[in-house]
Design a protein around this ligand. Structure first.
Ligand SMILES: NC(=O)C1=CN([C@@H]2O[C@H](COP(=O)(O)OP(=O)(O)OC[C@H]3O[C@@H](n4cnc5c(N)ncnc54)[C@H](O)[C@@H]3O)[C@@H](O)[C@H]2O)C=CC1
Ligand SMILES: N[C@@H](CC=O)C(=O)O
Ligand code: NA
Length: 430
């Protein structure tokens, strides 16, 4: 029997417990596929006595996770603790410094420190692998770094947060309140320990910055991602979007025009016929466009114990097989620092929602603001009244620059007929 690959596992929460269960249940199959058994030898978590629905009795318990990196019976450390800094980062540095490979699901840490860790891994000849960190069980890291490696990629986008997709889907189909559905997503193990990372779009931005680096051969630039989450999305928007033929999704979008890098996370209107619109519940979906392969589309479960564990163990199987590419698709020194693109000149269609006083002349004021900035209207709906007696006006514009639309909105906001902050959402037209 070949020597096993010995694993030290830090973090035994949703994902960590999933990895323990998967390695136990599929042990024989994995050993045949990997060419050697993959065996957990030591584990670390905060609470030793918690019932995790898995048998931990054969593993050595370690109180300080950093110790895993120094143990002779650990070849590879798996980090499923979370947090961009703190114990996860200490463990990553110690492990790679010791020349051992490191597997993580921690997109927050990678978005902030991924390049430094990749450099350390390169210097030490160790692997840094993170398939679980982006789109959970969907093998999108492998797809971009291997399957699409021959292509120049100009755009990568998708639904990268299971919690937000779950919330928006349940709001639409069950007409439930935001807070109720968020609690469901937390109970299902989808949400981050601080769920504001999910609903404020930060988790999607972490993942997007990693995808952009891989897709474009760019240095990770998390700080340059423009981020807007789903807190401002109301049932009224979901209903109006549906009436206009769209579904609202939290979209992460990155584009490279050859010179600059555009990265944005925002709620967007996706046409009903688009494959992203069909990804419901906690599903994730990723589209990537390569110059020779065209558009590839991936869909699957992006969060939760099973799919995330599946991706972690796939990385371990690669390591057991001796497969070890550069973490971000090319050596760190070959990645380019791309300047951020100017969003103001981007062209597209927009959804606008305005709450206005229900009195004569208001619509004319709104349409004049658009006209004054050269924006024409594709469709306009006026619906219902709020409890305050205001009317809801929803418009879809024809193609215009972002600067034109923002200038129109600023003009509208100056009108005393507009009684609440306008909402603007992009329409996904590709
Ligand atoms: N839950 C999900 O669906 C997904 C989670 N992730 C990522 O996976 C990681 C883990 O997520 P979950 O399992 O959901 O979190 P969790 O909160 O359920 O589990 C975290 C685990 O880390 C342990 N821990 C905390 N501090 C520690 C320390 N100092 N030393 C050792 N252990 C410590 C806790 O005791 C717990 O066992 C995070 O980075 C998360 O962003 C990635 C993809 C999907
Ligand atoms: N909180 C994340 C977990 C997976 O990355 C999500 O909801 O997608
Ligand atoms: Na993945």
């Amino acid at each position: 029997m070949p020597e096993p690959l010995n694993i030290g596992l830090a973090g035994l929460g949703n994902v960590g417990a999933g990895v323990v269960k998967l390695l136990a249940r599929n042990a024989d199959l994995i050993a045949r596929r990997a060419g050697r058994p993959i065996t957990i030898t030591a584990v670390s978590a905060r609470d030793r006595n918690r019932d995790r629905g898995a048998d931990l009795s054969s593993y050595t318990w370690v109180d300080d996770a950093a110790e895993l990196s120094q143990r002779d019976d650990v070849d590879v450390v798996v980090e499923l603790v979370g947090g961009s800094d703190g114990p996860a980062l200490t463990l990553a540095r110690h492990t790679l410094q010791a020349g051992k490979s490191f597997v993580t699901a921690n997109k927050a840490m990678l978005a902030h420190h991924g390049l430094d860790l990749a450099q350390l891994a390169e210097t030490k000849g160790a692997a840094l692998k993170y398939e679980a960190a982006v789109a959970g069980g969907i093998p999108v890291i492998k797809a971009l770094s291997e399957g699409m490696a021959a292509n120049s990629i100009n755009r990568v986008y998708g639904l990268l947060n299971g919690t937000c997709n779950y919330i928006l889907t349940r709001m639409e189909t069950e007409r439930l309140d935001f807070a109720v559905v968020l609690a469901e997503a937390q109970a299902a193990g989808y949400a981050e320990s601080d769920p504001s990372f999910d609903i404020d779009g930060i988790d999607t931005a972490h993942k997007l910055s990693i995808l952009a680096a891989l897709a474009f051969g760019a240095r990770i630039d998390f700080a340059a991602v423009a981020v807007q989450g789903i807190r401002a999305v109301e049932l009224a928007d979901i209903d109006q979007a549906a009436a206009l033929g769209f579904r609202i999704k939290l979209v992460g979008l990155a584009e490279h025009d050859g010179a600059t890098l555009f990265q944005r996370v925002h709620p967007a209107l996706v046409p009903h016929g688009h494959p992203l619109a069909a990804a419901s519940g906690a599903l994730n979906a990723v589209a990537a466009e390569g110059d020779f392969v065209g558009r590839l589309f991936f869909q699957g479960r992006g969060a939760g114990e099973g799919p995330t564990a599946s991706a972690v163990v796939a990385d371990l199987i690669d390591i057991a097989r001796g497969i070890q590419g550069p973490a971000f698709g090319m050596p760190v020194a070959s990645l380019t620092a791309l300047p951020p693109a100017d969003a103001a000149t981007r062209r597209g269609r927009y959804y606008l929602r305005l709450t206005v006083a229900d009195r004569p002349g208001v619509l004319a004021e709104l349409t004049a603001a658009l006209r004054d900035h050269g924006v024409s209207i594709e469709s306009l709906l006026q619906r219902g009244h709020s409890s305050a007696g205001d009317a809801l006006v929803v418009m879809v514009t024809h193609t215009a620059t972002e600067a034109q639309v923002l200038a129109s909105l600023a003009q509208m906001e100056r009108s005393d007929a507009v009684t609440d902050a306008p909402v603007m959402m992009h329409i996904l037209d590709f």
